[in-house]
Write a protein that binds this ligand. Structure first.
Ligand code: NAD
Length: 464
């Protein structure tokens, strides 16, 4: 069988090729899917304790290799090394959550238990694995977005065809190596290597579920391809996540928290703060504290312990950011800091703050996915709410106020899968992670995100 083309892995900080990996050819994807199909039943009938044992050993191996894994992650997608370690440490916490909760989440249930006399009908529910699932992943948090799928999928008895992003392939191959060394059979977890075309080839296989994390544009393509097949499909897509800073908020604390929420990982988080609305009474003080915080962020070599802002992971995004800034300034926004790409080598964009923005501007409507933020002044809570909900996306939204009752009034009216009070850019394994509207369908994390990899079977058992 022919191998696929070589896939070059390029360091976004230097533009140097750091590795070349053989990608799959379409026919290899088909044979991988067949192997996963053949291997899945034996994995599903192994006791849960054995499957959990493999994932426990995997967790231990990730912990043991954490510094090396973090360095690989930084070199292939540019995330500052401390943030890479943060991701891996939090990934361990997510695995712990799944290991703690899986038994309870998929325990068989008896929901009606008559005494068992002739004619009595016992009713029960089991949670059966879906079968073979495709896990197509983004690059920005490869351990999180990959693991949110493959950890619960494997624990619940599925085989996984895992396509890491072409911008996080080395991390994907590390995860594969460690899973296999931990005892997950080679054909139960199979990497599928390549770019979008190989993702499309994976979708063409007879899988039982597609779990995708990535952009809205690709998600829409996947929905079109997969929809008519009536299989489980989950799409975790982008956002244009808003926050409202009320007039009673702690101005400096809110500014520092939101600057971090907007710029962490160079703004390349699905739940990055993408738009900020500030009450007119504190607008100027907030902007001053925000810009001061942003100017304090250290941009530089992502391998350096002191770096807060690294490069942009994908070169084409630089043009998107430039265009958003030009569009905003052209329509009357004021650029307070940043606004330009930096000379190479590497793909660098200055942390950028725009004020005087409004909803005619792309920066307030389209996902930036970079270190660019628009701050808009509002009159009152109603105007803030209307603007926050004026979007096709709905991943997260938040409110900063010292008044709990005010937050309790505002948060339920936000059209978003996650809402935040005095915090932002936060994901918890204990809570469902989901989007509304263009931010996707389905969910991961929480016990619902374990059951998402199962099919409830209804048992009607009549006693003779
Ligand atoms: P992307 O859509 O470009 O790629 C995602 C994955 O899909 C990659 O593995 C890619 O190779 C694959 N792919 C591309 N075309 C395909 C096709 N036609 N068929 C099948 N697979 C295909 O997205 P990205 O740049 O990797 O990720 C950034 C986006 O992901 C942002 O919009 C971000 O907000 C979003 N994201 C969302 C979440 C969430 O939980 N909601 C988490 C992380 C990232």
């Amino acid at each position: 069988m022919n191998a696929g083309p070589m896939l070059d892995i390029v360091n976004p900080a230097t533009e140097q090729r750091i590795a070349s990996v053989t990608a799959d050819a379409a026919e290899q994807v088909a044979s991988k899917a067949a192997a996963a199909r053949a291997a899945q039943p034996a994995w599903a009938v192994r006791p849960l304790a054995e499957r959990a044992g493999c994932l426990r050993r995997f967790r231990a191996a990730v912990e043991a290799e954490l510094p090396t894994l973090a360095a690989t992650l930084t070199s292939e997608m540019g995330k500052p090394i401390r943030q890479a370690r943060n991701e891996l440490t939090a990934f361990l916490g997510r695995i712990d959550f799944f290991l703690d909760q899986v038994e309870h989440a998929i325990a068989p249930e008896v929901v009606l238990a008559p005494p068992g006399r002739p004619g009595d009908t016992t009713e029960g529910i089991t949670h059966d694995p879906l079968g073979v699932v495709a896990n197509i992943s983004a690059w920005n948090y490869p351990y999180f977005v990959g693991g949110n799928v493959f950890v619960p999928a494997l624990l619940t008895g599925n085989a996984v065809l895992y396509k890491p992003s072409e911008h996080a392939t080395l991390s994907g191959l590390h995860m594969t190596r460690l899973l296999h060394a931990a005892g997950v059979p080679q054909d139960v977890f199979i990497p599928v290597i390549g770019a979008g075309g190989i993702g499309a080839a994976l979708l063409a296989q007879a899988v039982d579920g597609v779990f995708f994390t990535g952009s809205n544009a690709t998600g829409a393509r996947i929905a079109q391809a997969v929809g008519p097949r009536m299989i489980r499909m989950q799409l975790e897509l982008g956002g244009k996540d808003p926050t409202y800073v009320c007039d009673d908020a702690l101005v400096r604390a809110a500014a520092e928290s939101l600057a971090d929420g907007a710029m962490y990982n160079a703004g390349q988080s699905c739940c990055s703060v993408e738009r900020i609305y500030v009450h007119e009474r504190i607008h100027d003080a907030f902007v001053e504290a925000f810009v001061e915080t942003v100017r304090g962020f250290r941009l530089g070599d992502p391998m350096d312990e002191d770096t807060y802002l690294g490069p942009i992971a994908r070169a084409p995004q630089l043009a998107v950011l430039e265009a958003q800034v030009a569009d905003a300034v052209g329509k009357g926004a004021r650029l307070l800091t940043g606004g330009r790409r930096l000379p190479g080598p590497g793909w660098w964009f200055e942390p950028t703050v725009l004020v005087g923005v409004d909803h005619r501007m792309d920066v307030m409507r389209e996902e930036s996915f970079g270190p660019v933020i628009g701050i808009q002044q509002v009159r009152d809570d109603d105007e803030a709410l209307a603007l926050m909900n004026d979007t096709r996306y709905g991943l997260t939204a938040g409110v900063y106020t010292q008044d709990e009752a005010r937050a309790a009034r505002l948060l339920p009216r936000l059209n978003a899968g996650s809402v935040y009070w005095n915090c932002c850019d936060r994901v918890s394994p204990r809570l469902p992670w989901s989007g509304v509207g263009a931010s996707g369908i389905g969910l991961t994390l929480s016990t619902y995100g374990i059951q998402a990899f199962t099919r409830p079977r209804a048992w009607h058992l009549r006693h003779p």
